[in-house]
Design a protein around this ligand. Sequence first.
Ligand code: NDP
Length: 332
Amino acid sequence: SREIQLISHPTGMPTLNNFALAQTKLEPLQDGQVLVRNLYISVDPYMRGRMNGGKSYVPPFELGKPMTGGAVGEVVESHAEAFQPGDVVTSNYGWREYFIATPPELHPVSRDIQPLSVYLGALGMTGLTAWAGMYLVDVKADDVIFISGAAGAVGNVAGQLAKIRGCEVIGSAGSQDKVEFLLEECGFDRAFDYKSSPAISVIEQLNLAALNGIDVYFDNVGGEMLEAALSALRVNGRIIACGGISGYNAEIPQPGPSNLFNITTKRLTMKGLIVGDWLGCRAEFEQVVGDYYRSGKLKNKETVVVGIDKAVSAFLGLFDGKNIGKMVVKLE
Ligand code: NDP
């Protein structure tokens, strides 16, 4: 079985040299164990933080060990009663072709929903993140919501869920194709390409898209996008602090927004979101969002890269905006 290991801590933007593709031998199955073949593995921006040595809300990756993370696979052999060959499961076993696990480490999912990679996207961790954001700040029908990183995995589902709630939805993303995707496939009311006119500040672009301001900001990006949102938010506005990808590769800490005092003058609320805190809602989320997906009310968009040897470049592509929807790696 092949696996990808982190072999050194990156400084700034990671490179291929921080990783190695290694061959490992699987031990014979013991009683109570299950052998799983991964079908799809997830590459996610939060993994960048885990590549640093230090402590954070998820433990760092260990050097010389396989990269852990979301994956969907098929049971090949089972010495545990709860699983049969052919069952489809999600796990946190990450960037490897095969692994041996015990039942509590596996989450069974239905094979009836296709493609199975949907369990890494709209019906997986990123979908749950978008879902949690709606509850974190109680997103309501008359809200105008602005979402940054809107064409990404979390962002596009957040926008679709906000539309289902009846909100007016505005998004920012890094290309014209992404803007078209938001407007035509996700039902956003307005969207802008923040890279298209470097001469016009992000604040001005947001003001043009949100003439009367915004009530909620779903932050996936941080940096100047957060600064723009602080300026556009109306009195009593709410911020879902979900991600700050613009700073993940920074070698020195980035300064905070220059207009943070808007929090005081406009009585804003900014709440941090960690998806792991919402696993108790997973069954309800899978039921409700699963129904939206099956009925066509919600789309699962993904960018699929093929081959475990392409996992690192797929991961690095997240920081260049190479993905529309969820970036997934399909194993051959
Ligand atoms: P995405 O699918 O959104 O992929 C990353 C996207 O970020 C890229 O496609 C790119 O799109 C954009 N991006 C990359 N670099 C920059 C930059 N410097 N400035 C602005 N945009 C940039 O990833 P996810 O949907 O998985 O994650 C989105 C955010 O949510 C991340 O910050 C992630 O860490 C966070 N997150 C947080 C969770 C939590 O529990 N708090 C759980 C899951 C995700 P573009 O072309 O638009 O630039």
